[in-house]
Design a protein around this ligand. Structure first.
Ligand code: ZN
Length: 602
């Protein structure tokens, strides 16, 4: 059981907490910086001091693949095992997962995996890593469990998962040295859980992703959880920094609801709305508004259907009889009685919305009286595809609404002012650790902390893979690193996309390819016919006769020099062709396409 009685070691804080009531600038629990040096000089006592090791395996230099662990002696607790969506530098990759190579040899020590919530960037790497992590007990909320189970249906050969369901207020022993307590936090999906991990060096709090809920007037609500945490001695708190660089507060979900209700009511025809399939809270609101405005709601897209199915089963989405209809039946109702909730708000290829926009959908086309609502923010990197999609839709419908000109999207992450509020409330916390985002965003979070009087030394900016040593009064960033390079998932294969494959993809994308096909006599090596040259993504060879001739001549010259009576290795011949033709093309075109030599021996 966790006891939140003040620890004697933290005695000076009482004084500081009182102090804060009289001054707007909060004085947070501080440690004395000289300890860094002091620890070395009093090595004998330092050795006896408990040290909890902390390390992020992902999520500290990106938004995604969240995964951290805490280690004390032979016990390890892992928090979140998420994926990251691919980037420009990783073409053709489905997603990126955390590298758990440093944990694999110690998998027997892993006592628990805690999942804070059911978003892909916190849970979706589990099928690929659960065996490497020794299949320990997974502690999580009801909806998260259901989403993980749904995901595992795609991997029938994996061992059965061991779950322990947790809810707000649950407190128990995880292992000999770790206790845990779970608490509810606001995000955009039900069952988002923060944790208080009671460790040998004190309480460590992890918020997962969170936001500060606001009412319609913009006032913070449901702040009891922060008030309560403010009374607890906390060694360090890990703060979601995703929106740390966004000024102001997050928009109230109530305001979003009001705007959406107005749009639903005033729609001249059908309302087509897109949001992330994982924003279960938002989807629940859409069901409510559809019911209040007397409309039918139809779902389009696999992920939205599957998530709504789970959320309805667990009671997170209320679906009174007759509210939801199959998309095949929308034409049975007047257009202004129809709401279609679809995937594809990020312009993803093959998504529900793209298929409607391109006239490829089996059940519907856009109509001129339709309104389309994008109730989601733009994920960085998707700007172009969203713009193209909106242009396309704009030509076909009455109106497009997006979050830029209406409050129809509220983010699930605390903005700068929200973080300020929380930091002030957590008066008995020593270290504020910016987490779950790029360095830039985490530094914004640290700056916010400095602005409320938290010393710079108490806002450690940890890199992925950097081992930190937490002692009662210290949060030490060490020089020890564990591997955190990308592990890529391509199709169903894990980590089989090596860097060389990626380099090939980039080369093909940038320079194109040239295939040189030489048909030769097996015995003499003589060319039996004029070589075939095929190119893709390189210059149009058909139109450059001289270059074609140059390649053929070069190839003949290369082959003549090879002593075929000595039975040369075909790979050697191919390598030679690749080098020589590559050089020629570079001299002639200043480009380096991929050369694929094909040798047909007859
Ligand atoms: Zn999330």
């Amino acid at each position: 059981m966790i006891k939140h009685t003040p620890r004697t070691q933290h005695a000076p804080q009482t004084q500081r907490t009182q102090h804060t009531e009289h001054t707007p600038r909060i004085q947070h629990a501080q440690y004395t910086p000289k300890r860094y040096g002091a620890q070395r000089t009093v090595k004998n006592t330092a050795d006896k001091e408990p040290i909890v090791r902390f390390c992020p395996l992902g999520g500290f230099e990106e938004v995604g693949r969240n995964c951290v662990f805490f280690e004390y002696q032979n016990e390890i607790i892992v928090v979140d095992v998420g994926i990251q969506f691919p980037e420009e530098e990783t073409p053709g990759i489905d997603f990126i997962i955390p590298n758990v190579a440093c944990l694999e040899p110690k998998k027997r020590n892993i006592k628990a995996i805690i999942l804070t919530h059911g978003h892909y960037d916190h849970i979706h790497a589990l099928p690929y890593l659960i065996e490497k992590l020794g299949n320990p007990i997974i502690y999580t909320g009801l909806l998260t469990k259901a989403l993980v189970e749904k995901r595992f249906q795609e991997f029938p050969n994996l061992p059965k998962l061991k779950f322990q369901l947790v809810k707000n207020g649950d407190k128990f022993k995880l292992s000999e040295h770790f206790n845990v307590e779970f608490f509810d936090l606001g995000h955009t999906i039900p069952d988002e859980m923060g944790i208080i991990l009671d460790t040998p060096i004190g309480n460590v709090v992890h918020f997962g992703d969170f936001r500060v809920e606001r009412n319609i007037k913009g006032e913070a609500i449901k702040t009891e959880v922060f008030e309560r945490l403010g009374k607890v001695d906390i060694h360090s708190v890990f703060l979601d920094s995703t929106n740390a660089d966004v000024l102001g507060t997050s928009i109230s979900e109530e305001a979003v609801e009001n705007e959406l209700e107005k749009l639903f009511k005033n729609a001249p025809g059908r309302t087509i709305i897109t949001t992330f399939a994982s924003l279960i809270d938002r989807i629940a609101i859409l069901f409510k508004i559809a019911e209040r405005t007397g409309k039918k709601i139809a779902l389009n897209g696999r992920s939205v259907k599957s998530n709504v199915e789970i959320a309805k089963r667990l009671g997170y989405i209320k679906n009174p009889r007759g509210l939801e209809i199959p998309i095949e039946e929308i034409s049975k109702y007047p257009d202004n009685k129809i709401v279609i909730l679809t995937t594809g708000g990020q312009g993803e290829p093959n998504s529900g919305l793209i298929r409607i926009a391109n006239g490829e959908h089996r059940n519907m086309r856009f109509k001129s009286q339709d309104n389309v609502i994008f109730s989601s923010s733009v994920v960085p990197g998707n700007e172009r595809s969203i713009q193209t999609l909106q242009d396309n839709i704009s030509r076909q419908v009455n109106e497009i609404y997006n979050y830029k000109f209406l409050d129809i999207h509220s983010s699930g992450h605390a903005n700068k002012a929200d973080l300020t509020l929380v930091m002030k409330m957590l008066a008995k916390t020593k270290f504020f650790v910016p987490a779950n985002a790029y360095y830039f965003k985490r530094k914004s979070c640290a700056q916010t902390a400095w602005s409320v009087g938290i010393p710079k030394t108490n806002t450690p900016l940890v890199d992925n893979g950097q081992i930190c040593e937490l002692t009662k009064n210290d949060f030490k960033l060490t020089n020890e690193r564990v591997p955190v390079n990308y592990v890529m998932v391509d199709g169903l294969g894990v980590g089989d996309v090596e860097e060389v494959v990626l380099r090939d993809r980039l080369m093909l994308a940038e320079e194109g390819m040239v295939v040189v096909i030489a048909t030769i006599d097996r015995q003499t090596g003589k060319l039996l016919k004029n070589p075939d040259i095929i190119s893709r993504g390189f210059i149009l060879l058909k139109e450059s006769k001289t270059l074609l001739d140059d390649i053929r001549n070069k190839l003949k010259n290369v082959l003549i020099r090879i002593p075929f009576n000595q039975k040369p290795d075909p790979d050697y011949i191919k390598g030679l062709i690749r080098d020589q033709i590559g050089q020629l093309l570079y001299i002639k075109t200043k480009r380096r396409p991929m050369i694929l030599p094909v040798l047909i021996e007859l």
